[in-house]
Design a protein around this ligand. Sequence first.
Ligand code: UD1
Length: 389
Amino acid sequence: MTDLKILNVVGCRPNFVKIAPLMAEMKKRPGITPVLAHTGQHYDTVMSDVFFRDLELPEPNIYLNIGSGSHARQMALMCQAFEGLLLDVNPDLVLVVGDVNSTVSASLTAIKLGFPVAHVEAGLRSFDREMPEEINRVVTDAVADLLFATERSAVRNLLREGIPREKIFFVGNVMIDTLMMNAPKIAHSNALDRFGLVPKSYALVTLHRPSNVDDKQALVQIAEALEELQGHTKIVFPVHPRTVARLEHFGIWERLTQLPNIKVIEPLGYIDFTKLMRESLMVLTDSGGIQEESTALGIPCLTVRKNTERPVTITHGTNRLVGNDKKKIVAEGLKIIDGMLIPRRTPEKWDGMAAKRVIDILVKNAEKIKQLHRSVRKRDIWQGISSAA
Ligand code: UD1
């Protein structure tokens, strides 16, 4: 059996949820040595630490402490830090998940040093280049050696972009693995009692996309829609730090938080959040992951975006796009409050086995992955250059 040292990279909330089942599966395999690196893109207790606890993730072996900043600065700092880290750890493979700045920075740095890259959640496309995540997805997939897809549309997108078929694997959704693995803990969460909530009597809201929260007009429309909807149902709104800052900056914070039927709370950990989602009447969100989790749970989801890179949540799931137009959000929200049901089928391979499929493929191809690993040669070249300078 070929041994594999795999450097797993995380940075943000959704990354933690995706890496958890992969790390758990790697630990079961004697030939695999997982190393966990956290960039520190999310660093607060509520944005990071609580996820490590909830998901029983091991302490990261490496913490890069990059923090917030403009995209260019954040990514430049990450690339620089990864360069040293990769040469130090010398993994056989770098595994990245999702579409955040940490994902693309690690992928670019790794591939330039000759380390093979595996991308879990490859091929999703919103076809909207205004989304920073879309750029991150396209770039990561262009350089990755192994591409693991959550849904068939992602496979088609990759083929259309000229990625060879043999690099693409349709494995299902690791986020749903996490949801299934944690079902007993989620059932036991006392979050409803803590917030005084009754099942199916409230809407759960999350917002953080720049297109919704950095644009005053959009944020005002959404806030007004929430104001109207809270006349019909209770709303629970765990607010992302970026959104708090923008609501305050645009002078909307006070009005929103004083509404009688809106409960504005701090971001929640994984277990409490999924508990609130599971028991809610509907979710209103601009998150990618929540579109998928609500589909798996059968909870109606109104997505405050014009597009989605996860079309299976619409064709099979409970997701509906409502954009950020007040009238549309209110009209669709009222339909659900009035009892409209959205029929649902479980998307293919969203069965709790995705991480196992990924690791089976890595183990089976371990020898090939090792052959792809050209870092030793590159490192020698680099050392030659620096000592000659
Ligand atoms: C990032 C990801 C996004 C993902 C989201 C999940 C990118 C381009 N975006 O967006 O795809 O859906 O995470 O939450 O990678 N902040 C804190 N504490 C933290 C982290 C951030 O207060 O622990 C604040 C900072 O003021 C920061 C702002 O939140 O400026 C935004 O953080 P940032 O990492 O830039 O991106 P997100 O909006 O969280």
